[in-house]
Design a protein around this ligand. Structure first.
Ligand code: KIV
Length: 362
C-alpha cells in the first residue's frame, strides 16, 4: 500500500475520503470518493439542514461538504448602494439616518441585509470584540483587518472606518496618510475621527483629498482619560456652547456628518438645528438627524450582568440564544445524540466491508 494511502487508511473512512479529495489520490481503495460528493438525489442530503448549500462556489458542480463554507448570500431585498449623496438627500427630506457598528463579516452582513444606511467599523471593536479595557490600545492594522471583513459583506450601506487613537492627532499629514490606508487597505468609503475645533485643519486635509470624514464630538471615548471617564458632556451652557463651536468648526472643515455622543437631548437638538450637516446621535436623544448604536449592545450579545449605558435599547438576546444552542450542542455530544445518522455521509456497504477487511489485516 502506498505510504499516503496507508496513512489515510489509519485515519478512518471519512478522513480517508477527505484527504483523498485534497490530494487527488486515485487508488482502488479510494473509490469511496466517488460516493463522497453526493449527487442531488443522494441520501446523505435528505435532511435540509445537512444538505450542502448552493453557494457561489458550489453552483458550478462543485459540492461543498466542508464546514468552511463562504457566508455570502444575496440580500432578500437587494437595494441601491447608499452614497454620500443618498445620505445628503435623506437628511434634506428629514429621513432619519440609521447607523450600526459592525466588526466582522457576519455582523456587517446582517446590518447590511437589515437595511442600515451606514455601517461603522467603530473602534469600540477594541472593547466589544477584542476584550480591551478601552479603545486606546487598538492599532491601525487591527482596525484595517476588521474594516476589510466588513467591507466584503457590505453591499449597500455606506461604510466608515474609525481611525484609532494616535493615528491622526499628530499632524494633518499623518491623518491623511492613515485615512488613505483606510480607503485603500480597509476598503471603507469614509473615515471617522474624534475631536472638535483642533481637528478642523485635519478634516480639511483629508476631505481635500476626496475622503469623506464623519466627525465625533461630545463624549469622545478616545480622550476618556482627559474627560475623567465616559461621562455625559455639555451639561452646562458653556460646555454645550463649546460642543456647538466644535461641531460648527468640523462642519466648516468639511465633515459630511457628525456623531454627537452622550450629550443632553435638548443640547443635541439645538446643535442639530444649527448645523446643515446631519448629526448622528448616540446617547443624545431623538432630536438628532440619525442614530448609531454598537451592534453587540443592541442585539444583546454579551453576558448577563454587563453594564449597559442608559441610552442603549436592547432589541435582542443573542447571548442567551447562543448559550442555549451551545449548551444543547455540548449535551448532545456528551450523550452521543449528535451527530445523528442524518449528519453523516454514506458509502456503499460493499466498500465499507472491503475497507473493514483490509483494515483488519493491518
Ligand atoms: O467606536 C464606536 O463604535 C463609535 C460609535 C459608538 C459612534 O464610535
Amino acid at each position: 500500500m502506498p505510504a499516503t494511502t496507508s496513512a489515510l487508511a489509519r485515519s478512518g473512512v471519512l478522513s480517508l475520503a477527505r484527504a483523498a479529495r485534497c490530494t487527488n489520490t486515485t487508488t482502488n481503495t479510494l473509490s469511496l470518493l466517488h460516493h463522497y460528493a453526493p449527487s442531488s438525489s443522494s441520501s446523505c442530503c435528505t435532511n435540509p439542514s445537512s444538505r450542502p448549500r448552493v453557494t457561489p462556489s458550489s453552483r458550478h458542480g462543485q459540492v461543498r461538504c466542508s464546514s468552511h463554507s463562504p457566508m455570502g448570500a444575496a440580500a432578500a431585498n437587494p437595494r441601491k448602494k447608499v452614497t454620500i449623496n443618498t445620505l445628503r438627500a435623506q437628511h434634506k427630506k428629514g429621513d432619519p439616518i440609521t447607523v450600526l457598528t459592525a466588526h466582522d463579516f457576519p455582523s456587517a452582513m446582517v446590518a447590511d441585509h437589515a437595511g442600515m444606511d451606514m455601517v461603522l467599523v467603530g473602534d469600540s471593536l477594541a472593547m466589544v470584540a477584542m476584550g480591551m479595557d478601552d479603545t486606546s490600545e487598538v492599532l491601525v492594522e487591527e482596525m484595517l483587518l476588521h474594516c476589510r471583513s466588513v467591507a466584503r459583506a457590505t453591499k449597500a450601506a455606506f461604510t466608515i472606518g474609525d481611525m484609532p487613537m494616535g493615528s491622526y492627532e499628530i499632524a494633518p499629514e499623518q491623518a491623511l496618510a492613515t485615512a488613505i490606508r483606510f480607503i485603500k487597505e480597509g476598503r471603507v468609503q469614509g473615515v471617522k475621527l474624534e475631536g472638535g475645533r483642533e481637528m478642523a485643519p485635519t478634516v480639511r486635509r483629508i476631505t481635500a483629498a476626496g475622503i469623506p470624514v464623519l466627525g465625533h464630538v461630545g463624549l469622545t471615548p478616545q480622550r476618556q482619560n482627559a474627560l475623567g471617564g465616559f461621562r455625559v458632556q455639555g451639561k452646562t451652557a458653556d460646555a454645550a456652547l463649546a460642543i456647538l463651536d466644535d461641531a460648527l468648526a468640523l462642519q466648516d472643515a468639511g465633515c459630511f456628518a457628525m456623531v454627537l455622543e452622550a450629550v443632553p437631548e435638548d443640547v443635541a437638538a439645538i446643535i442639530t438645528k444649527k448645523l446643515s450637516v446631519p448629526t448622528i446621535g448616540i446617547g443624545a436623544g431623538a432630536g438628532c438627524s440619525g442614530q448609531v448604536l454598537v451592534q453587540t449592545d443592541m442585539t444583546g450579545y454579551f453576558p448577563p450582568g454587563r453594564f449597559l449605558p442608559k441610552f442603549v435599547k436592547q432589541y435582542g438576546s443573542v447571548w442567551a440564544e447562543s448559550m442555549r444552542a451551545i449548551e444543547q450542542y455540548r449535551d448532545e455530544v456528551k450523550s452521543r445524540r449528535y451527530p445523528a445518522p442524518e449528519h453523516t455521509y454514506p458509502a456503499p456497504q460493499a466498500e465499507i466491508e472491503a475497507f473493514a477487511k483490509a483494515a483488519e489485516k493491518l
